[in-house]
Design a protein around this ligand. Sequence first.
Ligand SMILES: [Cu+2]
Length: 316
Amino acid sequence: MKQKRIPLLSGLMIGASMVCGASAYAKTVEVSMKAVESQLAIDNKGTLYAAWTFDGAMPGSLVRVTEGDTVDFTLTNPAENKNSHSMDFHAAEVDVLTEFAPVKPGESKHFKFVAKRSGVYMYHCGASPMVQHIARGMYGLIIVDPKEGYTKNFPKPDREYVIAQQQYFPDAENYAAMLDNQGWTNALINGKVFHYDPVHDPKATQALVAKPGERVRIYFVNANVNLPVALHPIAGIWDRIYINGNPKNELRDIATYSVAVSEAVIADIVAPADHPTNNAIVDHAMSAALRGAITVLMFTPDADPKMGKGDKIILR
Ligand SMILES: [Cu+2]
């Protein structure tokens, strides 16, 4: 068996080995992640927070496989950590008491699952107290691309971006307050307040970009611990929503889609082709939007062709 290692996104190395025989096109994808307890900036000016993460970032490394692939997963919890951690892939159909069991500092855990159903799924730490592990940043996204590829009802996008939203609780130790939904002060988008919104935060240096007329596919995950998200593209309409990211679950022409806690969804937007426009992708719940959950998406003829592709699907 020939192994090749492909650098994917920051911190993640995937080794894909082709499995021959009956499942001629399915592969085994090796995914390794490390539980990291460290200080991370939660805004564009660099305010530090005692985060817990997968691979040192919020969201953790993006995992991307094709329907039918086997994910061969290892979680390492380094000895210098103070807490047990675990991995709960929503794309897996396994045993919560076995595969998803907590891993103590200094130990690691290995398990496999077949990604049988295409879609986009949250993953998160499920170690106790789970509310605290998710609120401190232990979550991410796994995309399971459909094995039939793109079709008329699931067109190929021109650009792809991941947006993860979470509630920010500065008092990271007070998990009782988290359970009461008390004490959250901001909404984080991919780990930062107004991460891609130079309108509300002059220190924001990045925005999502595309060219007029392009189809932009957003992989959105609601990583809040308690609140749904009213996902709306201001000055636009979602061309398609794929519930759970599965092409079979297609909705058309949706202004606002309610994303449940832990739900992940594909939201496509196609801007007018004949002139530049801007959208602001928001959680239309004002308590979240005005506390950080606004993302600017610019459709401009000079959009950087590298953005929304390759390692620029999650903008760090
Ligand atoms: Cu954890």
